[in-house]
Design a protein around this ligand. Structure first.
Ligand code: AMP
Length: 114
């Protein structure tokens, strides 16, 4: 999608600090980190929200979590623990309409979330 900031990051058209790239998934550092480690895992293909996922996307969603597992190990937060969050639409706080899995760690996480 031409006006999507995360599509542009995936395509290398705007800068981001990428920590993992595969054929299907890109993981990069959040611009406004909410924890010592705050990464975003996105599919290269534009999907606006969780509501737009199709049955055929099951493998792709799994790849986002496998990427999270990888970068959590790389960042040294796998053992201490980390949180993965995917917000869906405005009521949940989604501001960028290209699905992304937040990966947050390096500090204690409270529950319930705000
Ligand atoms: P959400 O509110 O769940 O849609 O999360 C969007 C996230 O994208 C926020 O945490 C932003 O800080 C982050 N973000 C927005 N633009 C960029 C960018 N250009 N590079 C890295 N992170 C970004």
């Amino acid at each position: 999608m031409t006006d999507c900031i995360f599509c542009k990051i995936a395509a290398g058209e705007i800068p981001a600090t990428k920590v993992l790239e595969t054929d299907d998934v890109v993981v990069f550092r959040d611009l406004n980190p909410q924890a010592p480690t705050h990464l975003l895992a996105i599919p290269r293909r534009h999907i606006a929200t969780i509501n737009d996922l199709q049955d055929d996307d099951a493998g792709l969603v799994g790849k986002l979590y496998l990427a999270a597992r990888q970068v959590a190990a790389d960042e040294g937060i796998a053992d201490s623990g980390y949180r993965t969050v995917m917000n869906c639409r405005e009521g949940a706080g989604q501001t960028v309409f290209h699905i992304h899995l937040h990966i947050l760690g390096g500090r204690p996480m409270a529950w319930p979330p705000g």
